[in-house]
Write a protein that binds this ligand. Structure first.
Ligand SMILES: Cc1cc2nc3c(=O)[nH]c(=O)nc-3n(C[C@H](O)[C@H](O)[C@H](O)COP(=O)(O)OP(=O)(O)OC[C@H]3O[C@@H](n4cnc5c(N)ncnc54)[C@H](O)[C@@H]3O)c2cc1C
Length: 354
């Protein structure tokens, strides 16, 4: 019997854990090195929509998430400073589950399948430094987004907290403002996830104490009204900065990357988690072939990158366009009006970004 070559995954978020599970289901030796610990809250809208749900079903994980309390979402409503849409049916339902529960569940599943998990283990990242031929073979980078100082004079940051005593008009509410947008959706355990992406320009001068205020929305806004009676769970509050929303191609990465380590899709699409699951699934077959000695590491890495670029390039381009329009104040009302009145636009925007 041929010896199987071991695979090491750096990063135990959704992409790394899903890949680890997929590889263990094929009996391959896998070690996963995660810098943090489980369970933990993450800045995330916790709204899983699009094709990644099919990946979860194929890997036998969807039913696990449902048993852990994932909430089904069927409708969405959009709000700008002066307009609101009625709840609209999502072309395909989404599911919502807190990262606190989901990442722990996937980590448990990976270990149950015999995967070796090291937590609190910061893998050195060579990023785009050394040339491909100098990268260690068998190593997959799933370390998430690569921090970036700023883009066109603006810095992006994300905030998230769970709240209770919030009543929603739709399963997903998206509130846009000149500073960014905040999504609200129900998650497991009766909580509502309040998660926002914000743009900070030089001179905006937010103090840390203002951050919960940012999530609550501008004075007089519908978001502010919606959260008027909200009781926030302080322990769920988290923040990240240095987000880069410029798309990158997997073939341009020196390392074998999956998930946000390739590129980040604008969060408004609610598709980054889906891309993490999908890219993990796309990597399983080439990695299995490398582990069995059927293809070289260079061939496996190039196959994974090409598969990911084919799957995501168009989605990323549409998402970038949508996000730009959504964050341009004069276009915000027009977009919300389109979403309210045009079934064609609503379906098109949903399908192109998922
Ligand atoms: C504001 C905001 C809202 C969002 N909302 C949604 C949404 O509603 N729906 C959706 O689908 N997506 C959403 N996303 C995107 C989604 O969260 C990401 O796309 C997804 O988490 C990517 O998964 P990942 O596994 O690639 O990265 P991550 O989940 O970030 O995991 C990376 C892991 O690598 C670990 N790590 C990092 N460096 C190292 C190292 N050197 N060694 C070892 N481990 C390391 C980290 O600790 C982490 O556990 C949102 C993102 C933001 C910023």
């Amino acid at each position: 019997m041929k010896t199987l070559k071991p695979i090491t995954i750096a990063g135990g978020g959704l992409a790394g854990l899903t890949l680890g599970i997929g590889l263990r289901r094929r009996g391959l030796p896998v070690t996963l090195r995660e810098a943090g610990h489980y369970p933990r809250h993450r800045v995330c809208g916790e709204f899983i929509s699009g094709r990644g749900q099919e990946t979860l079903a194929r890997l036998g994980l969807r039913a696990r998430l449902e048993s852990a309390g994932a909430v089904r979402a069927d409708t969405a409503a959009f709000f700008s400073a002066s307009l609101a849409t009625e709840p609209r049916q999502l072309p395909t339902p989404a599911i919502c589950l807190s990262r606190f529960v989901m990442d722990q569940l996937l980590a448990d599943e990976f270990q149950m399948l015999g995967g070796e998990l090291h937590v609190g283990d910061h893998a050195s990242a060579c990023s785009d430094g050394p040339k491909p031929e100098l990268q260690p073979e068998g190593r997959v980078r799933a370390t998430g987004r690569q921090a970036q100082a700023g883009e066109n004079g603006a810095r992006w940051f994300g905030l998230k907290a769970h709240a209770r005593k919030v009543s929603l008009t739709a399963d997903l509410e998206m509130h846009v403002s000149p500073r960014g947008y905040v999504g609200l959706c129900r998650v497991n355990g009766g909580a509502v996830n309040v998660c926002g992406l914000f743009r900070r320009r030089a001179g905006d001068g937010d103090r840390p104490a203002d951050r919960l205020e940012l999530l609550r929305g501008p004075t007089g806004s519908r978001l502010r009204q919606r959260l008027a009676t909200a009781e926030f769970d302080e322990s769920s509050f988290c923040a990240i900065a240095g987000l880069s929303l410029r798309p990158h191609r997997a073939v341009a990465r020196a390392e074998c990357c999956i998930g946000d380590a390739i590129t980040m899709i604008p969060p408004v699409t609610g598709n980054g988690m889906s891309m993490a699951f999908e890219s993990a699934e796309l990597a399983i077959e080439p990695l299995a072939a490398w582990s069995r000695g059927e293809v070289s590491w260079a061939e496996a890495q190039s196959q994974i990158a090409r598969r990911c670029d084919n799957a995501f390039a168009r989605r990323l381009a549409w998402a970038r366009w949508l996000q730009r329009c959504l964050l341009t104040p004069p276009l915000q009302n027009a977009l919300v009006a389109f979403a309210a009145h045009s079934d064609w636009f609503w379906r098109m925007a949903f399908e192109k970004t998922r």
